[in-house]
Design a binder for this molecule. Structure first.
Ligand code: PLP
Length: 459
């Protein structure tokens, strides 16, 4: 019996990647103020900063690009996009946007405002920022098992339903603008949410008349986990599981830069025509006419094709197994990683990896810097640099987890790239006591991790 799961594609077009020396990388880090977002991508060897917009498109998608119809209004590319989303999600109304955060911005500026709460398993950074910009408050109610990186559990992305119930009692249902379930839970380790959990959240929302949406960026990866791990779904197709998942919600926000294999794009989909009309009114001012919403006709084609391709179970098997492959290699070497492996990324537990670096010296970011220095690998901190806040005395209130995300772009890197990545991480782990913490020297008031400047603490 052959056990190797191969990449379910062959390569038609290649892109060079560039090698640098350690001395060059030290200089690159200094110039970028120890922030990977400020490093030019040509200086990166393996880019695991994000899986967003970094997918390799298929030959079918590139063919779709040529067929894109660029009419301002009523383009057939829009109708194809709309029909595909309607078919997969069951939502009758589709509003295109240029990416996920534009969908969030539109929806939350309608539903949000001071005194309102948005409740989630875990909000992603842009999602939280769009909530806060509206004056509302974002609340994460992650299940207990999701808070412990080293303890494996099948659905660590679940929402704590009892905590949600308590929150409704305390704050009153009328103050909750939206319950939004992030599938898979990106900031919580790319962990999936079970169908049971989605059903329970929906039941509670229905009981209290709270709007329930899905942040659907990685809906297919989540559906595949349900097929693999949840009783009763083993014989259902991923398409059927995805349809059931969406059936419990009143709408979704989506970044097509993830599970739709597109380099740009997003959408809102929903059932309520009154809400949709309010969204379209903002869309016209900020994104464009409702049949293109900030996208070119060719992008709409690429997304429609990508949404069909992502439901291929051969692809999803390879995708989930290749993340697990990297994770298992690291676990075997004793490297602390979030367990089990997530759907789109391997998350290193920086607090355990660099236990000598205090949280106010950003162990996650220190590890990000070390991985780049050692092997030219770019990763992303998901910890107190991204989510930390200051109290009234200016003291850091750290994030619950200090993670480093190695997000794997879809269909881009091969097994030997992953072997190289694991070797670099293991080398860094073996020499971890030499790694120093960092201090922020400049930061923006919101989403500071994108532009913050840092410097090493040389003590
Ligand atoms: C869970 C989640 N929601 C929303 C977004 C925002 O999407 P976009 O980057 O297309 O604006 C992201 C992006 O990474 C995400 O992971």
């Amino acid at each position: 019996m052959i056990k190797t799961i191969i990449e379910p594609f062959r390569i038609k077009s290649v892109e060079p990647i560039y090698f640098t020396t350690k001395e060059q990388r030290q200089h690159i880090l200094e110039v970028a103020n120890y922030n990977p977002f400020l490093i030019p991508s040509k200086d990166v060897l393996i880019d695991l900063l994000t899986d967003s917009g970094t997918s390799a498109m298929s030959s079918q998608q590139w063919a779709g690009i040529m067929q894109g119809d660029e009419s301002y209004a009523g383009s057939p590319s829009f109708f194809r996009f709309e029909e595909t989303i309607q078919k997969i999600t069951g939502f009758p109304i589709v509003v295109p946007t240029h990416q996920g955060r534009a969908a969030e911005k539109i929806l939350f500026s309608i539903l949000g405002g001071p005194g309102k709460y948005f409740v989630s398993n875990t909000l992603f950074d842009t999602t939280r920022a769009n909530i806060e910009v509206s004056g509302a408050i974002g609340v994460d109610l992650l299940c207990e098992e999701g808070k412990f990186p080293s303890i494996p559990a099948p659905f660590k992305g679940n929402m704590d339903i009892a905590a949600f119930e308590k929150f409704i009692e305390e704050k009153g249902a009328e103050s909750i603008a939206l319950c939004i379930m992030t599938v898979t839970n990106n900031s919580g380790g790319g962990q999936p949410v079970s169908m049971q959990n989605i059903k329970e959240a929906k039941r509670l929302c229905d009981k209290h008349n709270i709007l329930f949406f899905i942040d659907a960026c990685r809906f297919a990866e989540n559906a595949y986990f349900i097929k693999m791990r949840e009783k009763g779904y083993e014989n259902k197709s991923v398409r059927e599981i995805a349809a059931e998942l969406f059936s419990y919600a009143q709408g979704c926000t989506m970044s097509a830069k993830k599970d739709a294999f597109a380099n740009i794009g997003g959408f809102l989909a929903m059932r309520d025509e009154v809400l949709a009309q309010k969204c379209r009114n903002i869309l016209i001012i900020t994104e464009g006419f409702p049949t293109y919403g900030g996208l070119a006709g060719r992008d709409l084609e690429a997304i429609a094709i990508g949404l069909e391709e992502v439901l291929s179970e051969d692809y999803l098997q390879y995708r989930i197994r290749s993340i697990e492959y990297l994770s298992k290699k690291l676990i075997a070497a004793g490297v602390p990683v979030m367990q089990p492996a997530g759907g789109h990324a391997v998350y290193l537990d920086a607090k355990a990896f660099l236990s000598h670096v205090p949280v106010d010296q950003y162990p996650g970011q220190a590890l990000v810097v070390a991985l780049f220095l050692e092997g030219g690998i770019r990763s992303c901190e998901i910890g107190s640099l991204m989510f930390g806040k200051y109290d009234e005395l200016g003291k850091l209130v750290p994030a619950p987890l200090e993670l480093v995300r190695l997000a794997i772009p879809r269909r881009v890197y091969t097994q030997s790239h992953m072997d190289y990545v694991s070797e670099v991480i293991i080398e860094v782990f073996e020499n971890r006591e030499k790694i120093k913490g960092l201090r922020i020297i400049e930061e923006a008031p919101i989403l500071r991790h994108f532009t913050a400047k840092l410097t090493p603490i040389n003590k």
